[in-house]
Design a binder for this molecule. Structure first.
Ligand SMILES: [Zn+2]
Length: 434
């Protein structure tokens, strides 16, 4: 990685928002040493204490934890806008799968770099990814310096990267060993869905995750069709089916969970499963709206994701937070049902906890220095009464000026540090032309 190394640095701004439900410090600063947060406080005090630290000063900046995208398929940015306004099954089978059949490692690398550029620009410091050729995604992400949890998609049928589900499982095991100990890249076990993996494959995935102590990610209860199909074949809901196979545990991140019965929600809660809520993708594909308010009431951990850019069509977590905060209000005709702070938590702390990380998503001593800065001197962000309100309801990804991951700068004053953006965009344009 060739990011700008900053062993000891003070990051300061007009406000420091330490996290959802945490302190907001006016004229605040964060002291960072060796990639972790050492202290957070009022600028003058911190400056006095850490005299020899270098400085990143943003007088109109809002300093806050980096966002974590809890579900995406990063290289799918290459399919952004390729096929819109179609139902999931048609979209997937007639458009996405054929396009994916033509993917190779070079295209995956190109798509991953483009996705990383978009994510860094919009204040995302970490992402949970399920896709193909995941080793290439890991290599590019590592070089760029983002944090990521990556899983090779596991299917019953041949995927563009592997001839069988068993091969994908073996690759997962190999990747987990190859990337073990990497401070930013973590491997997950990713059976694609309950209907694209047979029972034995799902059980093997569960066993692999358990034996290597890895997290599992699966798409679950996304569409009404999936409920009907699983009920027809197995005589129960997809949640009940996975429960009967022993897949539901705090180790599992279940993506979407749009179609849930009360009993399904109780089971998810009892088993400690985390949910990756992807409201814009669910809306765009016409899949429905996940019962997030009910899930939160039942103490299910909900994280927030964009899904792939082909069904969103961007990876901007600020837009996603805005949608996630407004959607349940309209649906239930109750503006208090999900708060801005709860949604910020979904995009930071809860996504980290879903991956078992208790040192991410907050600006607090000992936490990883994954920090972003927004410029509040924008017409859409003044006046500023409430930082969390501004972040969730008014800010856009483009308001982010600086991004740090593990103490390394990935964007400084709007310029990407680890990606040659001009070269990257030229390559993407040339590929599109070809
Ligand atoms: Zn997905």
């Amino acid at each position: 990685m060739n990011s700008k190394k900053t062993r000891r640095i003070l990051v300061s701004g007009e406000y420091v928002l330490c996290g959802p439900g945490e302190r907001i410090i006016s004229q605040g600063a964060v002291a960072v040493e060796d990639g972790r947060i050492k202290e957070v406080g009022v600028y003058e005090d911190i400056r006095q204490k850490y005299k020899d630290f270098s400085e990143l000063r943003r007088p109109s900046g809002l300093v806050m934890p980096g966002l974590i995208n809890a579900h995406t398929h990063a290289p799918m940015v290459l399919f952004r806008g390729m096929a819109d306004d179609l139902p999931l099954k048609t979209w997937l089978e007639d458009h996405i799968f054929p396009a994916e059949a033509r993917l190779n490692q070079d295209l995956i690398a190109l798509g991953t770099e483009l996705a990383c550029a978009e994510m860094i620009r919009s204040g995302t410091t970490g992402f949970i990814d399920m896709y193909l050729f995941e080793e290439t995604i890991a290599r590019v992400t590592d070089r760029v310096g983002m944090r990521a949890w990556l899983g090779e998609g596991i299917f019953d049928f041949p995927s563009p990267s592997f001839p069988s589900g068993q091969d994908a499982l073996r690759e997962t095991e190999r990747l987990s060993k190859a990337w073990e100990g990497n401070p930013r890249i973590t491997i997950t076990v990713d059976p694609h869905t309950p209907y694209t993996c047979n029972q034995a494959l799902l059980e093997d995935a569960r066993e692999l995750a358990s034996s290597l102590d890895l997290h599992l990610v699966i798409h679950l209860a996304e569409t009404r069709w999936e409920i009907e199909e699983i009920t027809r074949i197995h005589g129960c809901s997809p949640v009940e089916y996975l429960d009967s196979l022993g897949l539901l545990s705090p180790r599992l991140l279940a993506v979407h969970c749009v179609w849930l019965s009360e009993r399904d929600m109780d089971i998810l809660s009892e088993r400690g499963v985390s949910i990756a809520h992807c409201p814009e993708s669910n809306l765009k594909l016409g899949s429905g709206i996940a019962p997030v308010a009910r899930l939160l009431k039942k103490n299910v951990r909900v994280a927030l994701g964009t899904d792939g850019a082909a069904s969103n069509n961007d990876l901007d977590m600020f837009g996603e937070m805005d949608t996630a905060a407004k959607l349940p209000k309209g649906l239930l005709q109750n503006p208090s049902v999900v708060s801005a702070a709860q949604v910020l938590s979904m995009a930071t702390v809860d996504a980290a906890l879903a991956m078992g990380r208790t040192d991410l998503g907050r600006l607090s001593p000992g936490y990883q220095a994954d920090i972003i800065i927004l410029d509040l001197d924008r017409p859409t962000l003044r006046p500023c009464y409430n930082c969390i309100s501004q972040v969730v309801y008014a800010a856009k990804g483009g308001d982010v000026t600086d991004v740090m991951v593990g103490g390394d700068m990935l964007m400084i004053d709007g310029k990407l540090v680890t990606i040659d953006e001009k070269r990257l965009l030229a390559e993407v344009k040339a590929w599109r032309k070809a």
